[in-house]
Write a protein that binds this ligand. Structure first.
Ligand SMILES: CC(C)(COP(=O)(O)OP(=O)(O)OC[C@H]1O[C@@H](n2cnc3c(N)ncnc32)[C@H](O)[C@@H]1OP(=O)(O)O)[C@@H](O)C(=O)NCCC(=O)NCCS
Length: 144
């Protein structure tokens, strides 16, 4: 059984293992910073297995009125394809259904990660900005 719940405090070793399982080494380089970011987020939703092991996480940055940014969504590599990512995102879609914007940034579909992520997000009903007359702009990412 997978338990989905909101959490507010974070263990660096657990967070390291989860992010490391999907190869996010930009994040695991400074896991204390990631944990501070999680603690400062609007909401952090986790997935844990029967034994309490952290196997998935999604977090948001939001004003809880107009906009919700999903800043990270990841599932431990061992548990991919079991519907955990869907459960996390569906729960957030419900939680922020009153917001006008529900948005996220992910890899471009010209990359291997992008191909997989686009397929996942499309299955969950999300579409790209340009498909609804929008664009996203950002400063260049520091330390890519
Ligand atoms: C993207 C990610 C969160 C998906 O989580 P998951 O638990 O494996 O996905 P699910 O099993 O819930 O899949 C949900 C749906 O998306 C589809 N899907 C998931 N990954 C897919 C892929 N690589 N290609 C095609 N479809 C895919 C599934 O078929 C499923 O469809 P269905 O529910 O209609 O049958 C997970 O692969 C992951 O953690 N990746 C690494 C981190 C990452 O890149 N996160 C996203 C960027 S922020």
């Amino acid at each position: 059984m997978t338990i989905i719940a909101y959490e507010t405090s974070f263990d660096e070793a657990e967070i390291f293992d989860l992010y490391d399982s999907v190869g996010w080494n930009v994040w695991t380089r400074d896991v204390a910073k990631v944990c501070r970011g999680l603690a400062n987020s609007h909401a952090v939703l986790t997935a844990r297995d029967d034994g309490g092991r952290l196997i998935g996480l999604a977090r948001t940055v939001s004003d809880d009125e107009l906009v919700c940014y999903v800043q990270e969504l990841l599932v431990d590599k061992e548990f991919h394809g079991q519907g955990i990512g869907r459960r996390l995102l569906e729960r957030l879609k419900e939680r922020y259904a009153h917001c006008r914007y529900f948005v996220l940034t992910t890899d471009h579909e010209s990359t291997p990660e992008g191909i997989a992520n686009h397929a996942f997000y499309r299955r969950l009903g999300l579409i790209e900005h340009h498909e609804q007359g929008l664009s996203a702009f950002a400063l260049p990412v520091r330390n890519p």
